[in-house]
Every structure is written in structure tokens, then in C-alpha cells.
Design a protein around this ligand. Sequence first.
Ligand SMILES: Nc1nc2c(c(=O)[nH]1)N[C@H]1C(S)=C(S)[C@@H](COP(=O)(O)O)O[C@H]1N2
Ligand SMILES: [Mo]
Length: 334
Amino acid sequence: MLIKIAAKNALSENDVTDESVYMDRRSLLTRMGFLGAGALLSTPSQAGIFDLFGGEEPEEVALAKLQYQAAAADPQTLTPENKVISHNNFYEFGTKKTQPQQMARGFVTDPWQLTVNGMVNKPLTLDYQQLHKRLPLQERIYRLRCVEAWSMVIPWVGFPLADLIRQADPTSKAKYVAFKTLYDPEQMPGQSSRFMGGGIDYPYVEGLRIDEAMNPLAFLAVGLYGKALPGQNGAPIRLIVPWKYGFKSIKSIVAIELTDKQPPTTWNILAPDEYGFYANVNPAVDHPRWSQASERRITTGGLLADNRIATLPFNGYADEVAHLYKNMDLRKHF
Ligand SMILES: Nc1nc2c(c(=O)[nH]1)N[C@H]1C(S)=C(S)[C@@H](COP(=O)(O)O)O[C@H]1N2
Ligand SMILES: [Mo]
């Protein structure tokens, strides 16, 4: 795949590594249990996040990382970490934006089990450790565009969804990939209260067509800002599909199933006239109740700093993904 690098969008390594998060790289691994007391790194600036996950960064990975940084991020800003972890949609922990951070505080994600099965030759079950170790971790800076018309720029840590799917070796029958969030009403208060959980019929489910799932942009995140994913952002593992509205990026995944039928998806079940299966970011197709032509980019603190900017087709990733929808009417398949 070719990723165009637009000079005007270029981010230097310094822009990206400036955030305090990179000073904290060690704490990610410590918290994930990969760094013993003696395993110290020379200095934070010498240690790349990749080093921390045990291994050399292959040249292709290094190149891909730089390309994604250039292509994916806006020049001026990452959304500050404190915003990324305090303004959330995770209805299992309440429907208010500030609720998930509070309610997910004690969310237990280790032990965890993620199964990959269905139309595959090699079904997989990954435990908490394997989620972080089975595949080389990389960083991706992506825009996240919620269907509610706010957006952020977030540095995720994880691996391409395609890498995991390939390990399970899908059969030729597999045409879709279905995802499911943990169902645990004792831990997730929104699942046991219609009032708190927004009327969703849990568990939260999502799906992609297999060619969408295999696109190099589709990503499974286990961390953000160089640290393990906080509960409110979908620990221990969540999907990121940056060219689609945020609700496709399902959190706290326990099951990935390859199937030959288009899987049901939570928001489509809840309001089929408002939320389709595809949910590609599209400024030309308004939500029935509001415009999708622009968005509020959440940047630094204060209302004045929150910019309204034009929404781009496929959230700015058209070069990478528009070909997937070549012969489709995107008004019909919204
Ligand atoms: N299981 C689950 N996944 C979910 C949601 C949810 O309520 N439950 N909300 C979605 C929506 S609407 C958005 S915009 C993103 C928000 O991700 P963030 O809180 O990490 O920014 O998560 C998505 N994934
Ligand atoms: Mo969203």
C-alpha cells in the first residue's frame, strides 16, 4: 500500500515525542508487567517505545511509523492525554462523557481472554499477556471522529488487525469480521441498568467487511500515549477504524469471529435510520438530526481552543480506503 506523505502534514519526530507520555514509556511496561525492577533503560529519549516491547524495530516498521505520523496527524496538535482519557463514549460505564473515567476505575482486565474463531483454520485464544506480546507493537497517530461531530488526534499503541486475523488463517468463506465487547454487568453498571446504559442491548457488537478489516489502517490498540489503555478507552484491547465514525471502534473486545454474513452492529440495531453498517465518515451525508459537514476538534483546554473544522471524506483517509467502496452508493450504504 502506498501512503501519500503530504509535506504540509508532516510531523517531525520531535513534535510527536514531545508529549510527557514518552517520558512515561517505562511505566507502560512496568504496569503491563514486562519490565522487572532491574530492567532499566538508559534514558527515556534513547528508548523507543518499540524497544520496550522487546525487540528491534524492523526497518519497514520504522518507515511505516514515520509515514503514518506524517499522513495521519494534523500538524498542530495531538489531543492532550487528559482529554483523551476524560471525555469518552463507553456506555457500559454510563452515557455521560465524564462517567467512564469514574466508573471504569476498578475495571479488571487481567485476566482477559480474546478468542479469534469462526471461519478460520487456526482458532486462537489470547490471554492478557499475549495481547501485548504476540505481535510487534507499533504506534499510530490517528484522528478519531465521533458521529456526534467532535474529534480528537490520538497516539495509539497496538498492531494491525490484519496481522492478528492472518494468524488465525481465515478460510475462503470468511466475508465479514464480527467483534464483541465483554459482557459483565457486575463490572459494567451500564449493562444492568437501562437508564445508565443508554438502552443498548448488551453486549456491544460491531463488524467489518473482511477487506475493511484487512486494510492496513485498521488497528487493534492496547495502549495510548505510550501507556497501557485506560479502562475508559477500552482496555485491554479495542478496535480503531479511523476512517469510520467512532462507534465502529469497539472497546474491551473478547471475541472476534470470521463469518460469511454481515454481522449485527449495536448502533444500527438501536437506530437503523441513523446509523448504518458502514458508518464511513462522510461530510456529504448528514445525520438525520445534525450536519456532518464539520466537527469540533478537541485540542487544548477551554472552549475557545476547541476548533470547528471541516470534516473530510473518510476522515481524511480517502487515499487509503476509498477504493474499498468504489461501486457503492455511500448515501444508501451510510
Ligand atoms: N463497547 C463499546 N465500545 C465503544 C463505545 C461504547 O459505548 N461501548 N462507544 C463508541 C463511540 S460512540 C466512540 S466515539 C468511541 C470513543 O472512544 P474513546 O472514548 O476512546 O475516545 O468508542 C466507541 N466504542
Ligand atoms: Mo461516537
